[in-house]
Design a protein around this ligand. Sequence first.
Ligand SMILES: [Mg+2]
Ligand SMILES: [Zn+2]
Length: 196
Amino acid sequence: MRTRARSRIHGFADIETVFLDRDGVINENRADYVKSWAEFSFLPGAAEAIARLSRGGKRVFVITNQSIVNRGLVSRAAVEAIHRRMVREIERYGGQIEAVACCLHRPDEGCSCRKPKQGLLLDLAGEHGLDLGSTVVIGDALSDVEAAIAAGCRAILVRTGRGSDQLGTEWVDDLTVASDLGEAVDLLLESPLTAP
Ligand SMILES: [Mg+2]
Ligand SMILES: [Zn+2]
């Protein structure tokens, strides 16, 4: 395989559904948040990678924490407008995002949907009839991985965004790591049908 990423125990051959974190996976993280479409910048190759997932028959959803709304920095409508535009741009590449699930709460609100909680994942599964056992979460933060594990999904950590900073934690040794979304998609689409 041309990538350096490691594929773990069960591989990904049975994956039907992909949950993508947004900031640091699809678009560049901003320390001051993405507050408008002008501040949204696709990471290199991300839109193309999502298109490959769609062409490969995977169902693709986005799960994102946007506490920026309940912090009062932007309106919910503004965040939804960013997501509509993001989905439309990805469609131009041939990618299909079925839904964007978004937690608007601040950490101190103690909601059940802010990752590392699994609420967003469970809600999507209920609304769209998804099998979480054949779902993988791709994220750049340990909170994405924790949400995946809590929901019974598999996970891939990407090194983009905050990803590289998360590595070095002991239990990450056991985790599948990819350099970016494109390489994570390689792992999903090239996964062998039988485990070694
Ligand atoms: Mg992120
Ligand atoms: Zn929430």
